[in-house]
Ligand binder design. Structure first.
Ligand code: NAP
Length: 513
């Protein structure tokens, strides 16, 4: 290489690096809550090993920033900090805890735009959807700030005059919270605000893909004034997650685990928790049926299908997974739905007008495209999409509708977790219920019908924890969220959401005259 060409290469590299840093700056502008350290015992910390990992924007593959890659040693320190803080936090009054939660909520609301930008950058969600999740996630903090003062005991009539029976609720201790990437804000606040409201302290392990939203929440919790050690957050990559999870399950200092994620990992945690008979809340995968009966209002059903399926590019645990459409209205529903799906705009979630962002990572992308290929190879017909949108980036997949779905196809049996509608035609209500319930999962189920007797019948027969009738969007802080069968244990949100974090103590006062 001549001196001249060497110089040219250097100039090109310099310009490229300036451009890249400008792009990164542009992408993070307005994201003042972007914090690149973990939060333990009231300090912003690095990892014991001094290792970090990159957080990637799935829309364009750029590095948003780095966070500490923590291991069991770091997690142990966080657990110890939470255990120490519990000794004083548990004696705070419900009024004090409610006040701090309310301050946290107010700060979350003030900073909602910044949190939404961070979320879009690391999760790929369209910005309006991120704003929606921020509002939803914030609502749990508000809700549990109100619930804190409503956790009441009971005095039960005694069978004998010489005794009094008192029942009250106590915080279990340190709660370890493990959360997924698909709702990086709400899955933390739904757990942490319930735990804090009743006097527990927390150690949080967010997903590798989305630690920045979680760290932004910690920053605002710190500003709100939670005492040190009450909330701790350890960041780790996928390789360190199993060991940290095992420590949470086995540490005698941890009183309970609350996990949201795959059924596969939920089963591992369930086994691991058995050694210490640890309290366990599990919010796991779904396989929601979406049934449209002959009497349905078809337009409402189409709207319900779009919102239930395509939110977060289909990557929600309550997403409709199997679309069961009754024979007589099949063609009308499918025509209307296909028209709407073809209008959806795919792209970088930070751009205006985008309805669907990318899938979160390579594993998700290959899972979704593989399931569609499997269905097509076994005879399913593609009515819309059905292929990657590679012109936009390596993780984009077109919103897809496939019909002629049969029980030997993966899309029929497994949670797709992507933007794919699988259509199954049925004749009778009995047949629809038989198909809907033929799964080990039981999180959410949806159906559309204008027949009131059918509404009561079908909702009572669906084997799920949550039912949407003529409605595709059911989640709210006021209602209990959770599943049956292999979709999990316990309920989050609502006044039941505190049960995972409290134990009932019965006190008998005897020898009364
Ligand atoms: P996942 O692989 O189970 O991961 C969830 C969380 O667990 C992440 O923080 C992950 O860390 C961590 N993790 C992974 N292996 C672990 C182990 N052996 N021990 C302890 N922690 C471990 O699930 P995902 O693929 O991220 O999320 C999608 C699944 O979550 C879907 O099945 C969806 O239905 C379910 N989900 C359920 C609900 C609900 O409320 N029921 C809500 C949202 C999602 P890394 O990211 O570092 O691997």
């Amino acid at each position: 290489m001549t001196i001249d060409s060497c110089w040219l290469v250097r100039v090109k590299m310099f310009v490229k690096s300036r451009l890249l840093s400008k792009v990164c700056f542009m992408q993070t502008r307005g994201m003042h809550l972007l914090n690149q350290k973990a939060y333990v015992d009231g300090e912003w910390v690095t990892s014991a090993s001094n290792q970090n990992f990159n957080v990637i924007n799935p829309a364009n593959g750029s590095v948003i920033g780095t966070v500490p890659n923590m291991n069991v040693q770091d997690a142990q320190e966080a657990i110890e900090a939470a255990a120490k803080a519990f000794e004083t936090w548990k004696f705070t009054t419900a009024k004090e805890r409610a006040h701090l939660l309310r301050k946290w909520y107010n700060l979350l609301v003030e900073n909602q735009d910044s949190i939404a930008k961070i979320m879009t950058a690391e999760s790929g969600k369209p910005l309006p959807e991120s704003a929606g999740e921020v509002a939803y996630g914030n609502s749990f903090v508000e809700w549990f700030s109100e619930q804190a003062r409503n956790v009441r005991g009971e005095i039960v009539p005694s069978p004998v005059p010489s005794k009094k029976i008192f029942i009250d609720h106590h915080p279990i201790g340190v709660a370890a919270l493990i959360t997924p990437w698909n709702f990086p804000h709400a899955m933390i606040t739904r757990k942490a605000s319930a735990a804090l409201a009743v006097g527990c302290t927390c150690v949080i392990k967010p997903a590798e893909d989305t630690p920045f939203t979680a760290l932004a929440l910690m920053k605002l919790a710190e500003e709100a004034g939670f005492p040190k050690g009450v909330l701790n957050l350890v960041t780790s990559d996928r390789n360190n997650a199993p060991a940290i999870g095992a420590l949470f399950c086995e540490s005698p200092l941890v009183a309970g685990i609350s996990f949201t994620g795959s059924t596969q990992v939920g089963k591992i945690l369930y086994k691991q928790c058995s050694s210490g008979i640890k309290r366990l809340g599990l919010e796991l995968g779904g396989n929601a049926p979406f049934i449209v009966y002959n009497s349905a209002n078809i337009d409402k059903a189409v709207e319900g299908a779009l919102i239930s399926k395509f939110r977060n590019c289909g990557q929600t645990c309550v997403a409709a997974n199997r679309f069961l459409i009754q024979n007589e209205i099949f063609d009308e529903f499918v025509d209307k739905l296909t028209q709407r799906v073809k209008q959806l705009k795919l792209g970088d979630g930070s751009h205006p007008g985008v309805n669907l962002g990318p899938l979160i990572n390579d594993a998700q992308f290959h899972k979704v495209s593989g399931m569609v290929e499997d269905a097509v190879s076994k005879g399913a017909k593609v009515l819309a999409g059905g292929k990657p949108a590679s012109q936009l980036g390596s993780l984009f997949y077109e919103p897809t509708i496939i019909s002629g779905v049969q029980s030997n196809m993966q899309v029929y049996n497994e949670e797709v977790f992507g933007p794919v509608i699988s259509l199954i035609r049925f004749k009778t209500e009995e047949e629809s219920l038989q198909i809907a319930n033929a799964t080990e999962r039981g999180l959410a189920g949806y159906f559309f019908s204008e027949d009131v007797t059918q509404i009561f019948r079908v909702s009572s027969h669906l084997e799920v924890g949550m039912v949407g009738v003529n409605e595709g969007l059911i989640s709210t802080a006021e209602a209990p969220f959770g599943g049956i069968k292999e979709s999990g244990l316990g309920r989050e949100g609502s006044h039941h959401g505190i049960e995972d974090y409290t134990y009932i103590k019965y006190t008998c006062i005897g020898n009364l005259k």
